[in-house]
Every structure is written in structure tokens, then in C-alpha cells.
Ligand binder design. Structure first.
Ligand code: PFF
Length: 446
């Protein structure tokens, strides 16, 4: 049912905002800096940068191209590059869709905590201290309530559709995010202790280098660019034909990496500033505290020690994280919603209601079985399924899809492609190197 009236991003900038919005999320503002902090700082940063260029970017181009060629939801786009009618692409497409829902469910729980930490200083200010305390204290009810609030926000945006919802909100929120970031980084840099964190982040100590670090950086790059789960396939399908995919993908990857880098500039120095304020950042064994503790204990403790400025900085900080999370969660919800609209012939609102409901149900299941499910769902979806699906799309674009059609699709927005470096390298790179690298990640993780 891919019709001529199918929605499209209204401009190239709108697409970049939406795709960068999907890419920039908790993975950048939380995952990347905390992984960098516990893996030697600068060395992790260097390996990560290499992984973005050698693996994530070529894969991003492949996913966007599959989507733009298909001009339909991921299930149909993937089938469109298959040479014959087969159930295989449907199976893989469904796997992508289920992975997107799994990520959405755990992501909403974490993002819900951000909602809690964002509003609690405001509630304190108006004297609602017990509510504020409830929002900052781990409990099943609190987790459930906040995840519900976050999924409802996500549903509200996706309900509005591609241009009015996803593109408009990403275009509003992304510049705000960058602005907040700059303010926060300048503020933290002026605090006592910041330089120590900066040194750890920017001066490499190669004794931290290991194969685990390489695998971690690869996985992080993959998660950060929202690869594997067909989000970029569906966003590619809303991309006009005259857009130069390699160039646009490079811009999206650059924004995503820039924000991850900026988050490191914020969080690593902030940890050491917190330490100067008497907050513990290492455990008894001398290891850095884990990522939840860093974001939800260390930083709030630092904000508390800063008095009333701290309350403002805290609100800004959690607003920043929440914005990043929201522009990502809308892309995750869009994957199954686009499938329900086109494959089941449903109205967007109907699809958003029941799929959003399903996401709430999944999130509740995790909340009620937090100890056993939370870590498991994260591991299964991001450590196993994302790389596995990445491998599938690399094979799909590199081997299964008719080569002439693949290149013709790219040429549409890039007429002088034949003379470019990209044309000389990418097709064979995608065919041979990407699957091998992806296979290595997968092999290393299992
Ligand atoms: N790229 C997002 C982040 O860095 O937080 C996470 C993400 C978004 C993963 C969308 C998967 C996805 F489909």
C-alpha cells in the first residue's frame, strides 16, 4: 500500500533533525560518557571514533538506501530488495520490529527516571517534598508511573505523524539540546576539579586498550546510530529521492558523534567536580561506580551540594537527557506504527494507541520483574539482536540486493557519484568488510 501520498520529511534539514534525533539519545548522553569513564577515557573515545567511521556509517548508508528504495514500512522495504517472493525478509523485518519494541520498553523505564529527576527539584521548591522524594526513590509504582508518562509523551508525538510530529518536534528539540549542552559544558568547565576529568577524557592511556574495549566501542557505535532495528530503514523511506544519501548519512553520524563527544566533555569533568564536593565516585575496589549510580546518584549529589544554582543546573541537565531520549523513542515507536498503517490498513491514531499500549505492557512486565528482566532485555536486544540484524542488513544490501539497483538508488540523489571516492570504496566495503566486522562483533559477544 505504499502510495504516492505517502508522507515524506519536508526538507533535508528536517530529515537530518529527525535522524539525528533518533541517533542522539541516552546512548550518547549517558551510555557513551559512562562507558568512556569506565574504560580509560581517551582510549575508548579513539576506538569509538574509528568504529563510527569504519562500521556504523557504511551501515547507516545501507539502511537508509534500503528504506528509500522501498518507499514503504521496513517489512515491505526489505522484501523489495529481495530477488524473489520469500518469507525470509518478513521474518527478519519482524525481528527488527520486535527489537525496536524491546528497546522502547527498557528505554522508557530509564527515561521515566529522568522525568522524575527533572521535576523533583521543582516540586521541592513548591514544598511538595514527599512527592519529590517518591519520584527519586526506586519503587515498582514509581517506575511504572514514570515509564507510563514517558511512553504517553512518545505516543503524543508519533500520533501527529511524520512531518507534524516527528520532524517538527525533532527540529524544535535538537537545537534546544545543543544549546543546553553548550551552557552546561561551559558551566562545568569553570568548576573546581573539572580539569582532572578533562585530562582523563582527552589524554590516552593505552594500558586500558583491550579486545573487550573494541567490542564495547563497536556495540556502542551501533546502538548510538540506531542501527539494526530498522529505524533508519523507515526514516530512509520518508526521504525524498533527490537527497544525497552518503552525504546526509555522514552529517547525521557527525552530529551524533559530536553530541556523544560533548556529553563526555560534560560528564567526565562533572564526576571529578562531584568528587571535589565530597561525593564518592569510586567503589571500594577502586573501580568507577556503575553508570546508573553515576547519573542518578553522583550527579544529583553534586547538584545538591551546589545550593540553589544546583537546582537550576539539575533541571537543565535532566531536561537535556529527556529531550535526547524522546527524539529517540519516537523513532522506535514509528517502526511498528508504520508497519501497522501500511500492512494492516490502520489509521495512524489506532496504530499508535494499540502499539503504545503494547509498549506500556512490555515496560510493566519488566518493571514487575525488574531484577530478572531489566538487564536481560537490554542484553538480548542491544548486545545480541542489534548486531545480528546489522549483519543481516549488510548481507542484504551487499549480496542479496541487485547491485545495479542499489547503486541506481544512490545515484538518484548523487548524480556524479561515479567520480567519487565513495563509489570506488563503499560497494565492496559493504560486501566484504562490513559483514566480517559485524560477524566479529557478534562472535565476540557470544
Ligand atoms: N540511538 C539511540 C541512543 O543513542 O540512545 C538509541 C536507539 C534509538 C536505539 C532507536 C535503537 C533505536 F531504534
Amino acid at each position: 500500500m505504499a502510495s504516492a501520498s505517502r508522507a515524506q520529511f519536508s526538507s533535508k534539514l528536517g530529515f537530518i533533525m529527525a535522524a539525528a534525533g533518533s541517533a542522539v539519545g541516552l546512548g550518547n548522553v549517558w551510555g557513551f560518557p559512562t562507558q568512556a569513564a569506565s574504560n580509560g577515557g581517551a582510549v575508548f573515545l579513539l576506538v569509538y571514533l574509528v568504529m563510527v567511521v569504519v562500521l556504523a556509517l557504511p551501515m547507516l548508508i545501507a539502511e537508509l538506501t534500503i528504506g528509500r528504495y522501498g518507499q514503504a514500512n521496513p517489512l515491505r522495504s526489505i522484501a523489495s530488495v529481495w530477488p524473489n517472493a520469500s518469507k525470509i525478509p518478513l521474518g527478519f523485518g519482524l525481528m527488527g520490529l520486535i527489537t525496536a519494541l524491546m528497546i522502547l520498553s527498557f528505554y522508557s523505564i530509564i527515561a521515566g527516571w529522568l522525568v522524575g529527576y527533572l521535576v523533583s527539584p521543582i516540586l521541592d521548591l513548591v514544598g511538595l517534598n514527599s512527592v519529590s522524594h517518591w519520584l527519586e526513590t526506586f519503587s515498582t509504582e514509581r517506575n511504572l508511573f514514570l515509564a507510563f508518562v514517558f511512553i504517553a509523551l512518545t505516543m503524543k508525538v508519533v500520533m501527529k505523524g511524520v512531518t507534524e510530529g516527528i520532524e517538527r518536534w525533532s527540529s524544535r528539540l535538537m537545537p534546544l539540546l545543543v544549546g543546553l549542552f553548550v551552557v552546561m559544558i561551559i558551566y562545568i568547565m569553570m568548576q573546581d576539579g573539572a580539569i582532572e576529568g578533562l585530562k582523563m577524557y582527552l589524554v590516552p592511556d593505552f594500558s586500558h586498550f583491550s579486545s573487550d574495549l573494541v567490542v564495547g566501542a563497536m556495540g556502542q557505535a551501533f546502538f548510538s546510530l540506531s542501527l539494526g532495528v530498522t529505524v533508519m530503514i523507515v526514516y530512509g523511506s520518508y526521504l525524498p529521492k533527490d537527497v544525497n544519501i552518503p552525504k546526509t548519512a555522514a552529517q547525521v553520524a557527525a552530529i551524533d558523534t559530536g553530541i556523544a563527544f560533548g556529553a563526555g566533555l560534560l560528564i567526565l569533568p562533572a564526576m571529578f567536580v562531584a568528587q571535589k564536593h565530597g561525593v564518592q565516585i569510586y567503589d571500594q575496589a577502586g573501580q568507577l561506580l556503575n553508570s546508573d549510580t553515576l547519573v542518578f546518584t553522583v550527579l544529583p549529589a553534586m547538584f545538591d551540594s551546589m545550593g540553589s544554582t544546583g537546582a537550576i543546573v539539575s533541571v537543565l541537565f535532566f531536561a537535556l537527557m529527556l529531550i535526547a531520549a524522546l527524539t529517540s523513542s519516537i523513532s522506535m515507536l514509528e517502526v511498528p506504527v508504520s508497519c501497522a498503517i501500511e500492512e494492516l490498513g490502520q489509521k495512524r491514531s489506532t496504530a499508535v494507541w494499540w502499539i503504545g499500549g503494547l509498549a506500556i505492557l512490555l515496560a510493566s512486565l519488566i518493571v514487575f520483574n525488574f531484577g530478572s528482566l531489566f538487564g536481560l532485555v537490554i542484553t538480548v536486544s542491544t548486545v545480541y539482536l542489534q548486531p545480528l540484524l546489522g549483519l543481516v542488513w549488510a548481507i542484504c544490501a551487499g549480496w542479496v540486493w541487485n547491485r545495479a539497483k542499489l547503486l541506481e538508488e544512490i545515484r538518484q540523489g548523487h548524480p556524479d557519484m561515479e567520480n567519487s571516492f565513495f563509489w570506488k570504496v563503499w560497494p565492496n566495503y559493504l560486501r566484504y568488510v562490513c559483514p566480517i566486522l559485524m560477524g566479529l562483533v557478534f562472535w565476540a559477544t557470544i
